[in-house]
Write a protein that binds this ligand. Structure first.
Ligand code: UD1
Length: 426
């Protein structure tokens, strides 16, 4: 199994280009199920989760022509051959739940395996199901499968209990083909929700308010083909900026869009970074200084993203001072704390709070990735640790970071993918 071998100590410097956002690409691929005509996507990141979604769409009968080198794919769901999303695929990627709304709206029926638990918490899908019921669907859960039926969904006003990103996306997609108008209240405001709405509107949907807490969808009888460019990945961009800050470096990231990362940039400035943003790039410079500790508490957008929590914990582990981190979105998202401790970090976890006392230096060690963003935190810690850090189970990273080690190497880091452990790191 591949591992990542990192030799710490290099100060990052240079320029890279951001990839398309995983969390926008997945729902957007799934929304192709709503139309019988082709949806052409550009700036599609080449990631394991994108390949899994494409497999799932093919399994349902859609034709997917992907050109990974060009970061494009065309999905055409002219006919669907089944309305069942099998356990084998859903269990590898929770976001598979995103086919539920489109399948139901298009075919009148959907059977989707329950995603089950995951490393970072229980992550139920009750709000997705409640919302579909409110739109007139009959929904049962039996034998590990969600079974939803509705000849045609009906528009309704639905207040979501908790802010849920994929829940908002599922209901928004389902509502595009419903009879009448649907109003989703307490909707997720993430930029990826707004990007999905842009794509759906290009396909003929009538959605307004996406990106705010109230999304209104006027149902239409059918959607048509379209072309859409996936927005940049704010979590990938944030990860590289934190890496630069930790290594006291200076980087410029291109193709960043604007306004996607305000909460993260504010924290980086507080850590001592000089940041300048253009229309489509972000530059960060630490002027060679050690970062200062920052306090963060995670929250739905526009708050500080939970998907950046592990990376900031890694930065606080080498920062000057003591940082307090409060995780408010997922109940079990501190597994990287134990692995960071293996690298010498001083972290005390109490409930959903972690207190991180910055150390001058971490020490390289073998560590294990536990989930996608936790792995990113370990990579960043490895970049500043003494000697070698070997990260196992990097398939987690491959789910969400495109050409991660290449991009780090472009910035001067010593990161390589290995199958065997070289002598010097043993
Ligand atoms: C999405 C992102 C993930 C990110 C997360 C929070 C995708 C593919 N994934 O995940 O990277 O970490 O948003 O920003 O976009 N909840 C319920 N009932 C539900 C649904 C959710 O109680 O029916 C709870 C969850 O347990 C969690 C919170 O709501 O505590 C937020 O989860 P949610 O926004 O749904 O996360 P995902 O959409 O799965």
């Amino acid at each position: 199994m591949d591992k990542l071998l990192i030799e710490g100590g290099a100060r990052l410097s240079g320029e890279i280009t951001a990839s398309g956002a995983k969390n926008a690409a997945l729902p957007i691929l799934c929304c192709a199920l709503l139309s019988g005509e082709p949806l052409r996507l550009t700036n599609l990141p080449q990631l394991q989760d994108v390949r899994t979604t494409q497999r799932l769409l093919r399994e349902l009968g859609a034709q997917v022509d992907a050109d990974p080198d060009a970061a494009t794919a065309t999905v055409c769901a002219s006919t669907l051959t089944t309305h069942t999303a099998p356990y084998e695929l859903v269990k590898t990627m929770r976001a598979s739940i995103l086919v539920l709304g489109p399948l139901l709206a298009r075919s009148g029926e959907a059977r989707v395996s329950l995603p089950g638990g995951c490393a970072i918490g229980a992550r139920p899908v009750d709000i997705h199901l409640e919302g579909l019921r409110a739109m007139g669907a009959e929904v049962t859960v039996e034998g590990g499968f969600i079974h939803a039926r509705a000849l045609r969904l009906r528009g309704t006003r639905f207040v979501m209990d908790t802010v849920t990103v994929t829940g908002t996306e599922n209901l928004m997609m389902a509502a595009t083909l419903a009879e009448g108008t649907t109003v989703l209240e307490n909707a997720a405001r993430e930029p990826e929700v707004a990007d999905l709405a842009r794509c759906l509107n290009a396909m003929g949907a009538r959605i307004s308010g996406a990106g705010t807490a109230t999304v209104t969808v006027e149902g239409v009888p059918a959607l048509h083909g379209a072309e859409h460019r996936v927005l940049p990945d704010r979590i990938e961009i944030g990860t590289f900026l934190v890496a630069a800050a930790m290594t006291r470096g200076s980087v410029t990231i291109h193709a960043t869009g604007s306004g996607l990362l305000d909460a993260v940039l504010r924290k980086l400035e507080r850590a001592g970074a000089r940041i300048s943003c253009g229309d489509d790039h972000i530059a960060l410079d630490m002027d060679g200084a050690r970062p200062k500790s920052v306090d963060i508490h995670t929250a739905p957008f526009p708050g500080f993203p939970t998907d950046m929590q592990a990376q900031f914990m890694a930065m606080d582990a080498v920062a000057d001072g003591v940082g307090t981190i409060v995780e408010n979105v997922f109940e079990n998202r501190y597994m990287h704390a134990l692995e960071l401790q293996r690298l010498g970090a001083d972290i005390r976890v109490e409930g959903n709070t972690a207190i991180v006392r910055g150390r001058e230096q971490l020490q390289g060690a073998p560590v294990m990735a536990t989930d996608l963003r936790a792995s990113a935190g370990l990579v960043l810690a490895g970049l500043v640790a003494d000697r070698h850090t070997l990260i196992d189970r990097i398939y987690h990273l491959d789910r969400g970071y495109e050409r991660l080690e290449e991009k780090f190497r472009d910035l001067g880091a010593h990161v390589q993918r290995v199958t065997r452990i070289p002598q010097e790191a043993a």
